[in-house]
Design a protein around this ligand. Sequence first.
Ligand code: NDP
Length: 492
Amino acid sequence: MTQNTTMAVAPARNAVRWDYAPAPESTAIAQLAPRYDLFIAGSWVPAADGRTLTTTNPATGEPLAEVALAGPADVTAAVAAARKAAPGWAALPGIERGKVLFRIARLIQERSRELAVIESLDGGKPIRESRDMDIPLAAAHFFSYAGWADKLEYALHGRPHLPRGVVAQIVPWNFPLLMAAWKLAPALACGNVSILKPAETTPLTALVLAQILKEADVPDGVVSILPGDGATGAALVREPGVDKVAFTGSTSVGKDIQRALAGRDVGMTLELGGKSANIVFEDAALDQAVEGIITGIFFNQGHVCCAGSRVLVQESIAPEVIERLWHRMGQLRVGDPLDKNTDIGAINSPEQLARIEALVATGEEEGASRRSVACALPERGSWFAPTMFTDVAPAHRIATEEVFGPVVSIMTFRDEAEAVEKANNSAYGLAAGVWTDKGSRAFDIAGRLRAGVVWQNTYNRFDPTAAFGGFKESGFGREGGPSGLLPYLVTS
Ligand code: NDP
């Protein structure tokens, strides 16, 4: 059990008295190859210039595998292969494309344990989350869009439609396989062909997915997978022959993509960051609300675009909520991502840890009060203790910028109008949570929030049939459900 202590500066790292015996998942099932190539036109090929990257385990800093790093020549080759494959895939009857997607979903399920272990090894997320969320939801997305492949006219109310063509899909490191599924499943269902670029720090499950695509008889060239770095992504979106870009990642890169494609007839879906408000009214069931705050910000180490990183609590209950939340934070188990009891795993990379530390330092400099749980953190790897800021002003950087880590900022409000105003006072508009006993109030508030997703008395619930996407600097376009088909189709 971890202990709570309040501190002003860096958290002390006390020894932990665990009340759970370690329950590590075996890594034997992962069977990683020492080296992975690029997946282009249905074949495994090294990068044209021979470059590689090393993907590491963020919990230990140890290397996991060497992965080919796609350069401009590889991007050109993948797009050429996609263009060649596009007419055949688009001409396939929807029901046949649906069967392929269905096979992909089944194969993800069959290899789910292996995929979960690899996701946790490569990305640092707790096995409980990769096993129970990432992988099942990835399969569910393929199942759901398998069903849509022959029913596109129903999503479009009978309007004539065509696939966009060649789509470039760039995904981040926080949900590597799940984001790949969010992108690939609707694109393929609609008859598009894809080039997927996984993030530099988490390429492995996308490469296992390439094996699955092969086994599922996805025709050569319909999906290419190009591990690489930011330069690979930049080259991919600029490559002539790309008809649509779907990107999930930071707002700054999203803006760079928009600038690069300005004036060109290239479709775009951007799912960018967030600074989502989790609003707790005084009539809420407080224990559930506290649990919702925990889920909202500490799920996946807070590496979540829709994380409830700004908690707005009604003034009358603020002291009690803060006390209960702090108590609950002290019970979170931080450590080995492969341990089935772990709540908070490793920070995805040393670079992300440095970003979190820098923003947290800013919070203290600007006058907010910091509390970090005094838990023993492993000596090796990248870790950050669960952290809460109170006395936060709306203008503080920790209240306006995406920390993308296990750090929550608490602010208060007096009435509904102030709650809505503060929640909407953000450059972002991705998600929000509303905690109240009154259904009418929840619906009223939800309608006044500029957020793409509003959860009522829950948080971070995902479903392949529901649309997800943002307003303002959180981007545009929707993923999930029938709305998620529209960006992949040209309609007349
Ligand atoms: P990025 O936006 O840089 O990375 C997202 C993806 O885009 C990765 O695959 C990345 O490749 C790729 N990429 C990087 N540069 C370019 C480019 N110029 N053109 C095209 N693609 C590019 O996020 P970071 O990893 O740098 O994280 C920085 C911050 O972004 C985080 O702290 C967080 O605040 C936010 N973020 C938000 C996410 C979200 O879900 N909304 C997800 C990830 C980050 P590579 O990894 O190889 O560099």
